[in-house]
Design a protein around this ligand. Sequence first.
Ligand code: SAH
Length: 256
Amino acid sequence: MVHFVGAGPGAPDLITLRGAELLKKADVVIYAGSLVNPALLELCRAGAEIFNSARMTLEEVLAVMLRAESEGKTTVRLHTGDPSLYGAIREQMDALERSGIRFEVTPGVSSFCAAAAALEAEYTLPDVSQSLIISRMAGRTPVPEGERIASLAAHGCSMALFLSAGMLDKLQEELLRGAYTDDTPAALVYKASWPDERIVRCTVGTLAAAGAAQDIRKTALVLVGDFLEKEYGRSRLYDPAFSTEFRRGTGDKSEG
Ligand code: SAH
């Protein structure tokens, strides 16, 4: 059996209880060494075989899984954050499926959640934005044409940009071609939840300069949008006048 497990954003106690249990019991662990905090490996039992996938190809990773399976062992494939985002797990799952190997996915706390926590921010604010776009700049890995940052930026909603801290000049340009202005608030969150976490608050107009000044080029998220501003509307969910499924409001008769 193979378990794909989300390691969380960095801090070892931000893995889920289920993920930690699986890690403790695993015979074989393949972790994404470029981003997974090695402190998590302290959970592994003595004698567990540990592989760092940063130096491996897909074929090598699969070979380890297949061998472990043939020996009746349990493998944990440890991915950073949540495995469903930029985790390249689909190709692994499909290959396991073809080989008739059972697998399960255990979610994790994505870095975009840890970054919001670090900023004490909420992506979805009434009267500001009710949507979060998760995307990335095209780099050596292409992005479908319809998902260029400039066109996604046309919505002016909250954005969390992965894998783009090394291209802040181009990112800034693309964002400004959308609905954002030089003054739209932005933030760089470097290594959210790690001991060396850093937060840089700036605007879309100063994004590239702020990144250069702080020497942030990787392992960072770029957050953009007016949700980083001070102004917003009050949530109706906790408004005394608003009824919900669980609470009758003083003013409103509809809407759950
Ligand atoms: N599956 C991961 C993302 C992997 S892609 C997740 O859910 O978070 C790798 C990118 O994620 C990095 O380039 C960076 O943009 C972002 N990232 C991962 N961990 C991070 C962290 N602790 N702080 C800030 N950004 C992080």
